[in-house]
Ligand binder design. Structure first.
Ligand code: PHE
Length: 464
């Protein structure tokens, strides 16, 4: 469906809601959040995280939606229209999103690899999950065709396919099916996990706030996680908001999307942690991509009917990753089509090829020292430098910086008065929290984000 001036628009508010929630709910919620919540003292971390989402996350999300819908343009076009001197902020956001997409889509390919692995030869994974993971990456074995080329290529092709189909015809249609399915799968898995014998200890840990385990570093981790999880700081929500008609209530949409995203993260925490406690003991909890690919197979192996539950779990991860990666691609495609005159198809295909190429180096750098020259050796553990670099650049630097600049722009440059008027639409919608939002977007959110940035750069606090 096309909007005024033939610009793409969501066919319905529900479609927009599901697409924005689809962007937010991703790998970050399912593998990053549970491990971080565990380390931060379970319930204590969850409470802090919810407070941060409500105060900082929702504030920045509304700021992005406002700019997008007010201008009906992609991230660069929006700044060009409002204050051209700021267009580089949009450009930086688009660059950040694209870099994240390069490695995100490869991890999506790994998820497909596991999904196929469980469907065809589950015994090979169960026999030695860690060895299987390294084999996928080609560590100590031959060139990893499946893990580095075939499955990531398939995942990238699916992402490109959906984006080529357009905003309403591709992105909205996929999300309308994938998101309800994702919720259903998550509920099924959670019921299974908490009814495992021994799971109650894990659940208790996640529900009882133990503030003695929570450190200042955990608060910063929660802040960084909130940003990544809500897809903020790179103009993606600006672009998604730009396809929304003025008949819709922005404030209410922000409330619903933030609630859905947080709900999925918390439910994933209530699923993964009890399952690990029940099957592997508390010491099995880890974080990062390796956790999902090495510890979870151990959980499924120890569970009756494990292969079935594993298939559901990787299917859940697949939907979560796909709906997020299409939003990452759409941010850049919107820029190329609207600012640079590309057709949607050409933009998506060209970007698809580039992202696959960069992602390939990312995957290979996990296992092949010769790709990047040297390994960084920290406490006897080798870290792939290229992958580290990408994640450091985006998660720790560019993403919070983008969010900070969005806040400063809306709070101080363009002005909260304009922002509030965009939400109210000449009195069509009430915005009872307008005063609070102004305060948050001008002072609280920028201060909080500056803390993440400074802590990350100066003190080297690990936020991912
Ligand atoms: N929010 C997604 C997740 O939690 C990741 C993402 C980041 C998607 C940035 C789009 C933009 O996995």
């Amino acid at each position: 469906m096309s909007g005024p001036g033939n610009r793409a628009q969501w066919a319905s508010n529900l479609g927009f809601l599901l697409a924005a929630a689809g962007s937010a709910v991703g790998l970050g919620n399912i593998w990053k959040f549970p491990g971080k919540a565990y380390e931060g003292g379970g319930g204590a971390f969850i409470l802090i995280y919810i407070a941060i989402i409500a105060l900082v996350g929702a504030t920045v999300m509304l700021a992005e939606f406002i700019i997008g819908r007010a201008t009906q343009k992609n991230a660069v076009g929006a700044f060009c229209q409002l204050r051209p001197a700021w267009k580089w902020v949009g450009g930086m956001g688009i660059f950040t999103g694209f870099i994240i997409l390069c490695y995100y889509s490869h991890v999506g390919g790994w998820v497909l690899y596991y999904l196929c692995g469980y469907l065809t030869d589950a015994a090979a994974i169960s026999a030695d999950p860690t060895a299987y993971f390294y084999r996928m990456l080609g560590v100590g074995s031959g060139f990893p065709w499946g893990g580095a080329v075939l499955f990531p290529l398939l995942f990238a092709a699916l992402t490109v396919f959906v984006v080529v189909k357009g905003v309403a015809g591709g992105i909205e249609r996929l999300n309308k099916v994938a998101m309800p399915l994702l919720f259903l799968l998550l509920i099924l898995l959670m019921v299974r996990a908490v009814t495992l014998p021994g799971a109650m200890d894990g659940l208790r840990y996640m529900l009882q706030p133990d503030f003695s385990l929570l450190t200042w570093n955990d608060v910063l981790v929660a802040l960084g996680q909130a940003f990544f999880s809500l897809s903020l700081g790179m103009g993606i929500m600006c672009t998604y908001g730009s396809y929304l008609s003025r008949e819709e209530n922005l404030g209410r949409n922000v409330g619903i999307i933030c609630t859905l995203d947080t709900l999925v993260a918390v439910l994933a925490g209530f699923t993964v942690i009890p399952a690990v406690f029940a099957t592997l003991s508390a010491s099995g909890v880890g974080k990062g991509a390796g956790f999902v690919f090495t510890a979870m197979p151990g959980v499924f192996q120890a569970m009756p009917g494990g292969v079935f539950w594993a298939i559901l779990f990787y299917l859940l991860l697949f939907f979560a990753a796909l709906t997020s990666s299409i939003s990452l691609l759409e941010g850049t495609v919107a820029y190329l089509t609207e600012q640079r005159g590309f057709s949607r198809k050409r933009a998506s295909l060209v970007l698809g090829v580039i992202l696959f190429g960069i992602g390939l180096i990312y995957t290979l750098s996990q296992g092949h020292a010769d790709i990047h020259g040297i390994w960084l050796d920290k406490n006897g553990i080798s870290y792939p430098i290229f992958g580290d670099m990408l994640e450091f650049l985006t998660d720790r630097l560019l993403l919070p910086l983008g969010g900070l600049l969005f806040c400063i722009f809306v709070g101080w440059v363009w002005g909260t008065k304009n922002g509030i008027a965009e939400v109210r639409q000449g009195g069509r919608f009430r915005f009872p929290l307008a005063g609070l939002w102004s305060l948050l977007v001008r002072f609280v959110a920028p201060a909080a984000i500056a803390c993440i940035l400074i802590a990350g750069i100066v003190f080297g606090v690990t936020l991912s």
